[in-house]
Design a protein around this ligand. Sequence first.
Ligand SMILES: NC(=O)c1ccc[n+]([C@@H]2O[C@H](COP(=O)([O-])OP(=O)(O)OC[C@H]3O[C@@H](n4cnc5c(N)ncnc54)[C@H](OP(=O)(O)O)[C@@H]3O)[C@@H](O)[C@H]2O)c1
Length: 330
Amino acid sequence: MKAQIIRWGIIGTGRIARAFAEGIKYTSNGKLYAIASRNLKTANAFAQEWEIKHAFASYKDLAQSDVVDAVYIATPHSSHAENSILCMRNGKAVLCEKPFAVNTKEVDAMISVSKENNVLLMEGMWSRFPPLMCKLREWIKNGKLGKIRVLHADFGFLPKERNPKGRLLNLELAGGSLLDLGIYPISLASMIFGMPSSVQTLANIGETGVDEQSSWIFKYPCGGLAMLLSSIECETRQEAFISGTLGNVRIHKQCWKPQKMTFTETNGDNEEIIEMPFKGNGFNYEAESFSNLLLEGTKESPIMPLCESREIMTQLDQIRKEWGLIYPMD
Ligand SMILES: NC(=O)c1ccc[n+]([C@@H]2O[C@H](COP(=O)([O-])OP(=O)(O)OC[C@H]3O[C@@H](n4cnc5c(N)ncnc54)[C@H](OP(=O)(O)O)[C@@H]3O)[C@@H](O)[C@H]2O)c1
């Protein structure tokens, strides 16, 4: 009989690993079975806190074990490719946190290994999976907004402390606002418009060598424009505005955690407010979707396909090239 529950493992024990562990609890088709850390004490503490059966003292031990079907990669950007490849070479399906990797070269290596090993691989762009985003895609497809012409979106926040060695500011860990936060508005733009034909960009590069805030204007073959921004220097509106010929949609704060949107008809009185609060903490939606793909034997997500993750990464590469921002992995 085919398995009805996906056995999950997590690599890394930081902030987002905890959010994902919480998220899995709200899924109907997955359970957390294992955690791996770079040291046993941390792995054991995490396992105890989240009541996980298996704790591993190295990422390799988890990858080589037979106690999980899927692994969620929750390490800094600089390790995404290496950790994902390790798991896929050992036959595990991989859900890798955003950004998918540091550059296109790494993404290409990840995609090749997924094909060679015939395993499911997906970028953990969790914002695409909540019910509100499904509704938005339905509206766009049905033409409710008409022809979409403009997107404004931003994601800026001010970290509580400024740690030059931490993953946000550290060049060695592929830090900076573009890869960490900018990926959300850029991924949204990609979902709406597809691949741009040209990009204009400006950045403020801080003393650690990474972009602390940056902005990009994308132009699309259809003539549409996206004006996007990310910052770790201040909190911004964290909203998205999609304007079409028939109407516009505002995705309310925090648009990367989408739960509320307002549709306003162009030149009309019609206003529709949609609220779809998360059932769970939001991570459950991507986990549920990923587990379903795995249970069905599907090797790629139609919501976050590999070719799109790759296209987005080529855009990030191009933007960094404009600024001369080079990571050690480049
Ligand atoms: N989806 C979202 O909303 C969201 C939000 C925040 C972050 N993220 C993404 O999730 C990933 C992890 O972010 P986080 O905030 O959870 O980071 P974090 O709190 O710093 O945790 C990262 C974990 O990775 C492991 N690790 C492996 N190599 C490391 C190294 N060289 N330096 C530091 N830690 C290392 C550590 O676990 P062990 O010590 O146990 O090995 C650490 O606990 C990033 O890619 C980030 O972009 C996503």
